[in-house]
Design a protein around this ligand. Structure first.
Ligand code: NAD
Length: 481
């Protein structure tokens, strides 16, 4: 299958152009280590050209009827659907995702565009909402206006989805954008340029640039943007923040996590096991939302670990193209090496590895599902975001203790509670300091959910009306009329 449709890999001002940056990207198939293509990247001048194009396009796009913007968003949803098979294939090859997971990603991206098309449909009709000011002779009117051209930077773990979560609400709000794709997985998102051209999106409304850190730096350095939207690691998020701080530019950050999953003593063990496995081994654990810390009530700990172990050991780690594959390889070699360093450290620290752990280095980036039991709370495996299929467990005796342990982290992206007692589950959910909590379910995210972190997991929210609001400024008009 033709993964890279063209030599031009930058979509700027409605046209495909060749990159003149020094770096050439060679995206890798993580199963085999083979290169999937050769992609030129943007130079700093080209990034600035894209930023200027988005600034020019903003003048017309912001006053385009919101129902018309909605029609373009539906065009994106349709364009993704017609390319479903190619997009599934790209993600299986470049991300190492099992087919079912690659299909879920395409479905999520489509659902996101459809959802924001729905919100855009009603946007104009909601403008100038009247406010009757108490005790005065004035009438107030509230408008929500697009913030302007936005610079967007995304990671590699859910390439189609993290970008859809930014592009769809931004375009719905009336913003224009330049999106920088991840250097690890630059292939999938080129599709957004293809679709933009196909549906006749006005030039400059959406621009796509490929590249690595240098392109991100050029993007955050452009004066054309009125907002930067970043998804990625805390380390790079801090750099992005610092880069735009002198201009006090608005910023949204979707960062890392070290999420807890709390299991109380009254649960159906098999259901709890499904929730745990879904939370840590989906996408080979390469999720900001990975439930990487299991907190289980002491009275069922042995029974739960036994059942978890039995189910985990049935999971097949293999090529996404194998007849059976529950978990593929790590997407990036650097990530594979990083995870292996954690496994080696865990072995050196004498952690109780009940399954998986360090094994012989492989050509493909394969790490088997790994579980460490009763991990000391000062060990890196308990504290740090590993971003791989590695679960750390501990036990608790009281719910207060469970919450104290769950919240003893700098992160606050998500959390999960598994409990047969609804009231108790809600109390625990309310007590976890995080932006998204699941009760009695493996992780599921709807387009109208809120997505974003408390504490060091980020600033702002994506998805739902909050995602749209992130690209809008509130204007209040006070009128003596
Ligand atoms: P990363 O921070 O290394 O890279 C993210 C993006 O930033 C890439 O496109 C990269 O090229 C770019 N970049 C690198 N240096 C830059 C700089 N100095 N200025 C501007 N841009 C720069 O992250 P990653 O390894 O691609 O992704 C994994 C991380 O992303 C994990 O920490 C994960 O938790 C996080 N993540 C968060 C969410 C969320 O919704 N909260 C979703 C997915 C991933």
């Amino acid at each position: 299958m033709d993964l890279q449709k063209r030599d031009e890999t930058l979509f700027i001002n409605g046209e495909w152009v060749r990159g003149s940056g020094e770096l050439i990207l060679t995206p890798i198939d993580p199963t085999t280590g083979d290169a999937l293509g050769r992609l030129e990247t943007a130079s700093a001048d080209q990034v600035e050209g894209a930023a200027q194009a988005s600034a020019r396009a903003f003048a017309d796009w912001k006053v385009t009827a919101s129902s018309e913007r909605a029609a373009y968003l539906r065009g994106f949803a349709k364009g993704l659907a017609t390319r479903q098979e190619r997009l599934v294939d790209v993600q299986m090859r470049n991300n190492g995702k099992p087919r079912v997971e690659a299909e879920i990603d395409v479905g999520d991206a489509i659902a996101t565009f459809k959802y924001y098309a729905g919100l855009a449909d009603t946007l104009d009709a909601c403008q100038d909402a009247r406010v009757d000011h108490a005790g005065g002779d004035h009438i107030g009117m509230v408008r929500r206006e697009p913030v302007g051209p936005v610079g967007m930077i995304v990671p590699w773990n859910f390439p189609l989805v993290t970008s859809a979560w930014k592009i769809a609400p931004a375009l719905a709000a009336g913003c224009t954008a330049v999106m920088k794709t991840s250097e690890m997985t630059p292939l999938a998102e080129l599709v957004y340029g293809e679709i933009a051209q196909e549906i006749g999106l006005p030039p400059g409304v959406l621009n796509i640039v490929t590249g690595a850190m240098e392109v991100g730096v050029a993007l955050t350095g452009s004066r054309a943007f009125r907002k930067i939207s970043f998804t990625g690691s805390n380390m790079v998020g801090a750099k992005v923040m610092a880069a735009i701080a002198p201009r006090c530019l608005p910023l949204s950050l979707e960062l890392g996590g070290k999420a807890p999953i709390i299991v109380t003593e009254d649960v159906d063990i098999n259901h709890a096991v499904d929730c745990i496995i879904g939370g840590i081994f989906f996408n080979a654990g390469q999720m900001c939302s990975a439930s990487s810390r299991l907190l289980v009530h002491g009275s069922i700990e042995a029974k739960l670990i036994e059942a978890l172990l039995a189910k985990t050991e049935t999971l097949v780690t293999a090529s996404p193209f194998a007849e059976t594959c529950d978990m593929g390889p790590m997407t990036a070699r650097a990530q594979y090496i990083k995870v292996r360093e954690y496994l080696a450290r865990a072995q050196a620290d004498g952690l109780d590895c009940v399954t998986g752990g360090i094994s012989k280095e492989t050509i493909g980036n394969f790490v088997v599902p790994t579980i460490y039991r009763n991990v000391p709370h000062d060990n890196p495996v308990w504290i740090e975001e590993i971003f791989g299929p590695v679960l750390a467990t501990t036990r608790f005796e009281t719910d207060e203790e469970a919450l104290a342990l769950a919240n003893a982290t700098e992160y606050g992206l998500v959390g999960t509670v598994v409990s047969a007692d609804e009231a108790r589950a809600k109390t625990l959910a309310n007590g976890i300091e995080a932006g998204q909590i699941w009760i009695n379910t493996p992780q599921v995210v709807y387009p109208d959910s809120a997505w974003g972190g408390f504490k060091c997991s980020g600033i702002g929210r994506e998805l739902g009306p909050w995602g749209l609001a992130g690209y809008q400024g509130v204007k209040h008009i006070t009128c003596a009329c």
